[in-house]
Design a protein around this ligand. Structure first.
Ligand SMILES: [Zn+2]
Ligand SMILES: [Zn+2]
Length: 897
């Protein structure tokens, strides 16, 4: 069955599903709409049509049906005091970042606060019964409508009225009674104005009949009587029926204020301020009819631009009036709405990014900036944030704490957008045709080009109405993990010794063994989980390869033969490994809280990995860490170690833990069990965690951050070591820096020596040259340099193989000698490191016949290398140090023999 068929089924039996006591007591009549046949309940004898089709639809704009006027803040005070008066507990809103559900990034309805997913089942956990909550909800599907329709928001306050029908709570009759009294007694709306429409609501694996209540066409709330579980064609009655009444606080304010749009009465003083700053003339004789038309037409057309065009036509507004009044007003509404959503999301720890839920936040910020650019509005975003928080904190005092954090994140993100515009311009200039929705999504996803920007650049005329819905679908839910199927039916839960005495040696009974897998009745081996790597050790003498947890059963994978079922085996845990992992694990808690205190409230654990000798913690943060950040985090972490803080472990009922400590406990993600293990390090860090921890922070001894890296947009990786590994790391670093220092010193010394030699060469070359040139026949040797004159008198040869001379010396001496004696060939051989180098000069008169280049080539070959140059100067060398003398002999034969 689909929703329509279920509704028909329920409406065919109104006594069972819809006829509440209130209708009998007050004399409500049940009618079928003359236009659409929907059933509704009314006290108005004249009313023939459902609220969607009545003539009085949206007639409250400019003419509210109440004598009292309540804005957003006051409306909540009225609602809250009414429900408290009627025995409800008023509870604080839950975070808008839905940390307790794997399938949602953001809280989308008040009932989500109390839903916990256990396996494939959704269960309800209420902190009080009955209760009322002002739950901020984020919804990004209708982004295109925000600012334009007068009633769509990217975030709104859902008044959640929830009850379990037990000895404290109530069911349908009482629920509808309360809602009727809230409207009539507390808000002063005439009974005749209220229409209840029969409907069905489904979601989160359950559904039920519902009564939507309307006043002048505006749906104020929907009381859902959740009583079935399953889908519409296959369902059974829930064990626990639930009253899920959700009403829009913004609409309660709007109906009493009768302003042209809900935006005019729900954001506090900021709206008027921006309208004034922008110099817009808000003439209500234009705005009231225009926005009434918009509201009425919204259901009639699919495309928002048609709704707008039709409203302009019907009200007869000129282009000039649209451009001067309506368009800038829409922009201002959008900016205020989006900033309000960002305030909530950032305060609750979300960051704008390219991935996951952060994506929606980034696109909102870009819409804010492009809207300001397009309309040439120059607003100070910090001022808007301040004025909004000043107003919102009447209802949500917690926002005060994160005021500066919100400003910081928004300013960083705005700066990034500004600097990316040039790049976007380039991409846009390359587009050769108008992009389709799919192209727009790719342009945004891979290049960060928003459709708003394309509209601003006149590449597209309108943003397709499906764009945000499609994009939001892409980023709505996280991927679920795959589970391996093992034959584990009928096996009882494994007793986990590491939560008790945590022995390193123990005996256990084999409950089941198959392939390489062993299941014991109890185990002290920690299974892979929560980023903590599994223990090692052995079972019955066989080495353990891996340990995994399936539900509450621990499965050990071993190397050799598995023991027989029913046997008792002795087991040994690798104590050193466990000790290292445990220290690293507790260190992730310490680094996490240290990073948050140093960087800001937006820091959450993104993921973690803990091995014996190294670990890493990925945190949410907007930029790469500076050296200064790293030092501060490390210092903060080590000061927690020095303070010797006991690490306390307690078990709580999940609801109690959430109420007591808040949702910060879910650093490692959702905990799918009813009882949570809370690990607290004083009041610095309190997390729900199933890993192994040291008893006192001093046990860790030391934490050392080894490396940090920005691994994705909005996520920074911190690699670290702790305990012995940290000490070793520090020691090694010290040694490294010492040996580096030594090396540097040595280099410095060598450099000094060279300079000295050069100085010496400079002084000695003329002296040596003079002595050598004094040789008139035969051979002389001066300071290991030999001059040999050919008997023929045609050529002279001067050479040295001494390692006391370097290249500078040979080049200097060779040049001087050949200038003085143009028929001289000079040849210098010397060792440099692993090699022998050779430098040859050939004088002016002899270089044609005895080319320096040829001589070097020949010598280098003998030395096992290569070389070359011009006839007058050449260099080369080789590696065969033993061939030095052969090389000189060869040179000599080429020159003077
Ligand atoms: Zn109708
Ligand atoms: Zn832990």
């Amino acid at each position: 069955m689909n929703k329509k068929e279920i509704l028909e089924k329920f409406s065919a039996d109104p006594k069972r599903y819809y006829n509440v006591n209130l209708f009998k007591d007050q004399g409500f009549e049940r009618r079928s709409c003359k236009t659409c046949n929907r059933y509704f309940w009314t006290l108005d004898a004249e009313r023939e049509k459902c609220p969607d089709h009545s003539d009085d639809t949206y007639s409250f704009i400019g003419d509210p049906p109440t004598s009292k006027r309540f804005d957003y803040t006051q409306s909540w005070k009225e609602v809250e005091s009414f429900f408290i008066k009627n025995n409800h507990t008023s509870i604080n809103r839950y975070p808008v970042v839905c940390r307790w559900r794997d399938d949602l990034y953001f809280t989308i309805a008040s009932i989500v606060d109390f839903q916990r997913v256990m396996g494939s089942k959704v269960v309800f956990e209420f902190p009080a019964n009955p209760l009322v909550v002002p739950q901020t909800c984020l919804r990004f599907k209708d982004l295109e409508n925000v600012g334009v329709t007068g009633r769509h928001f990217s975030s709104f306050c859902m008044i959640g009225q929830h009850s379990i029908p037990d000895e404290n709570g109530y069911w349908k009759d009482e629920c509808v009674n309360l809602d009727f009294n809230l409207l009539t007694q507390q808000f002063g709306i005439a009974k005749k104005e209220i229409t209840f429409v029969e409907d069905v609501w489904e979601g989160g694996g359950s559904f039920g009949s519902s009564l939507e209540y309307f006043v002048r066409g505006l749906e104020l709330g929907n009381a859902v009587f959740t009583e079935f579980q399953g889908d519409l064609s296959n369902y059974k009655t829930l064990d626990q029926r639930i009253i899920d009444m959700g009403a829009g606080l913004e609409r309660f304010a709007w109906i009493t204020m009768g302003t042209p749009t809900a935006y005019d009465c729900c954001f506090g003083p900021i709206t008027q301020k921006l309208i004034q700053d922008a110099g817009i003339d808000t003439d209500s004789s234009i705005l009231v009819p225009y926005f009434t038309e918009i509201a009425k037409n919204l259901e009639l057309y699919e495309d928002l631009s048609h709704v707008r065009k039709n409203a302009i036509k019907t009200t007869g507004l000129s282009d000039e009036q649209i451009n001067r009044i309506i368009t800038p007003l829409e922009g201002i509404y959008l900016i205020i709405d989006h900033i309000r959503t960002l305030i909530f999301a950032i305060s609750d720890g979300a960051l704008p990014s390219n991935v996951g839920g952060g994506y929606n936040l980034r696109i909102m910020l870009r819409r804010i900036v492009s809207t300001m650019d397009r309309l040439k509005l120059k607003f100070d975003l910090n001022e808007i944030i301040d004025i909004q928080i000043d107003y919102l904190k009447n209802t949500y005092p917690e926002l005060e704490k994160t005021r500066e954090d919100v400003k910081e994140i928004i300013s960083i993100e705005t700066g990034r957008y500004d600097s990316s515009k040039q790049r976007m311009q380039k991409i846009v200039s390359k587009l050769d045709k108008e992009p389709k929705v799919e192209d727009l999504i790719t342009l945004y996803e891979s290049d960060g080009v928003t459709p708003e920007y394309l509209k601003e650049m006149k590449v597209i005329s309108e943003i397709p109405s499906t764009f945000y819905a499609k994009l939001s679908d892409l980023h709505q839910s996280k991927k679920q993990k795959e589970q391996v199927n093992l034959p584990l039916e009928g096996i009882p839960d494994t007793e986990l010794l590491f939560y008790g005495d945590d022995p390193r040696e123990f005996d256990a009974k084999v409950l089941k063994s198959f392939e390489n897998f062993v299941i014991l009745d109890k185990t002290a081996f920690y299974a892979r989980g929560g980023g903590q790597e599994p223990d090692q050790g052995n079972i019955g003498g066989q080495e353990i390869m891996d340990i995994t947890k399936h539900g509450n059963i621990v499965v050990h994978e071993i190397k050799g033969d598995v023991p027989k079922e029913g046997d008792t085996v002795s087991c040994t845990v690798d104590a050193k490994r466990r000790d290292g992992i445990t220290k690293n694990h507790t260190s992730t808690h310490i680094i996490n809280t240290s990073a948050r205190s140093v960087l800001g409230s937006w820091v959450w654990q993104h993921s973690a990995f803990k091995e014996e000798d190294h670990a890493r913690l990925d945190i949410t943060h907007h930029s790469a860490l500076t050296n200064d950040d790293v030092k501060k985090i490390e210092d903060a972490a080590n000061s927690i170690i020095e303070k010797s803080i006991p690490v306390k472990i307690e078990n709580f009922d999940r609801g109690t833990a959430e109420q007591k400590y808040g949702f910060r406990i879910y650093q490692g993600g959702v905990v799918p069990v009813k009882s949570v293990r809370i690990v607290s390090i004083g009041d610095l860090d309190i997390e729900a965690c199933g890993g192994t921890h040291v008893a006192n922070t001093s046990d860790i001894e030391q934490i050392k951050i080894t490396k940090t890296k920005r691994i994705q947009d909005g996520v920074v990786r911190i690699e670290f070591v702790s305990g012995n590994s940290a000490k070793e790391f520090v020691k090694k670093k010290q040694q490294d820096s010492e040996s580096k220092e030594k090396e540097e010193k040595l280099k410095e010394q060598e450099k000094g020596k060279r300079i000295e030699q050069r100085q010496l060469a400079k002084e000695r070359i003329p002296v040596i040259a003079k002595s050598l040139l004094e040789c008139k026949q035969g051979t002389i040797t001066v300071d290991d340099i030999t001059m040999e004159l050919a008997a023929s008198g045609k050529a002279n040869f001067c050479y040295s193989t001494s390692d006391n001379y370097d290249d500078v010396f040979h080049i200097g001496l060779g040049e001087v000698l050949c200038k003085a004696d143009p028929k001289l060939v000079y040849c210098g051989l010397f060792e440099q490191g692993e090699k022998i180098r050779v430098i040859v000069y050939s004088g002016e008169n002899i270089s044609k016949e005895k080319s320096a280049g040829e001589i070097v080539k020949s010598i280098s070959q003998i030395l096992g290398g290569a070389g070359g140059g011009s006839p007058k100067f050449a260099q080369g060398g080789g590696i065969n140090k033993s061939k030095k003398e052969d090389a000189i002999k060869n040179a000599k034969s080429m020159i003077i023999e």
